[in-house]
Design a protein around this ligand. Structure first.
Ligand SMILES: NC(=O)c1ccc[n+]([C@@H]2O[C@H](COP(=O)([O-])OP(=O)(O)OC[C@H]3O[C@@H](n4cnc5c(N)ncnc54)[C@H](OP(=O)(O)O)[C@@H]3O)[C@@H](O)[C@H]2O)c1
Length: 271
């Protein structure tokens, strides 16, 4: 039986994984993961923004890091297949399912295409990439007597239904439930699984979701979230990055209907 290990991630310490695939590497938390890991391991980075990927490639090349990129839209099957095709050429032992998007507004008013894009990126891509890559990652880890790892970037939005972020919050809840179940299924295999639940983080997420981020307090920087996530991998199954937001995952004595109504009131007032 393999046991979970403890690690402390720092710039001076070798990271136990050797090659990571990071989705959503072109911005925010994914870019922060890339910057932290590039000095420690080989990376395959993906996102849609080709010029940002080229910038990252140039920067990491100039720093002497081993980084490759592939531009792909994960909301389309073709994009997901393109990433998987390229990933075949890499001995990936760390998968960071980070790409994601939200949409703020009334469900009946958000464009149906945006709703479907959220489901494709936040759910379908996570399932497809993980199902394709994880078995080989585990087998390689067994053969090499090492460990593999997976981080799923979920959210503190997982604990309650959130009116006006209805589909987004539900996709993040899906990731958390699915990831926790998987971690239990695979607990005797050499794979560390972490469901990282950031609270509000200062990235492009809110602008893209058409949401005013001034309503949020205690925003964390993406570098802080990514660093905490890397530290938590192998130690926790679910990790909430934002201090006060930890409360959001604690069991609540309030009826669910009351919480939903309170959140609905708050979110509606910000429209
Ligand atoms: N910011 C927060 O407060 C917060 C809180 C909790 C959880 N999260 C989660 O954190 C993760 C990262 O978000 P972020 O805050 O760093 O936001 P962000 O700055 O907007 O970054 C999102 C990343 O996802 C990629 N992405 C979006 N749609 C894509 C698509 N169709 N195909 C391929 N890649 C796509 C983007 O790539 P391109 O730009 O190249 O398209 C970008 O790299 C998400 O899963 C989000 O749900 C964020």
């Amino acid at each position: 039986m393999f046991k979970g290990h403890r690690l402390t991630f720092s710039k001076t310490m070798a990271y136990p994984y050797k090659c990571a695939l990071i989705t959503g590497a072109t911005s925010g938390i994914g870019e922060a993961f890339s910057s932290l890991l590039a000095p420690n391991m080989q990376l395959l980075l993906t996102g849609r923004d080709e010029s940002k990927l080229a910038d990252l490639q140039e920067r990491f090349d100039s720093e002497g890091h081993l980084v490759s990129t592939i531009a792909a839209d994960l909301s389309h099957k073709k994009g997901r297949q393109a990433v998987l095709e390229v990933a075949k050429g890499f001995p990936i032992d760390l998968l960071i399912n980070n790409a994601g998007l939200g949409a703020y507004g009334a469900f009946t008013e958000i464009e149906p295409t945006r709703e479907m894009e959220m489901i494709e990126v936040n759910i379908t891509a996570v399932i497809e990439l993980t199902r394709s890559l994880l078995p080989a990652m585990i087998n390689r880890a067994k053969t090499d007597n090492k460990r593999s790892g997976m981080i799923v970037v979920s959210s503190t939005a997982t604990v309650m239904p959130i009116p006006f972020l209805a589909t987004y919050a539900a996709t993040k809840a899906f990731e958390r439930h699915w990831g926790e179940a998987l971690a239990e299924e695979l607990k005797y295999d050499p794979v560390d699984i972490l469901i990282l639940c950031p609270g509000a983080t200062r990235t492009n997420f809110f602008r893209r979701a058409c949401m005013d981020d001034s309503i949020l307090s205690n925003m964390e920087e993406p570098e802080v979230v990514a660093r905490k996530g890397l530290n938590a991998l192998g130690r926790h199954t679910v990790y909430v990055s934002n201090g006060p937001a930890r409360l959001a995952l604690s069991p609540t004595i309030l009826p669910r209907r009351l919480i939903t109504a309170g959140l609905g009131y708050f979110m509606r007032s910000k429209r």
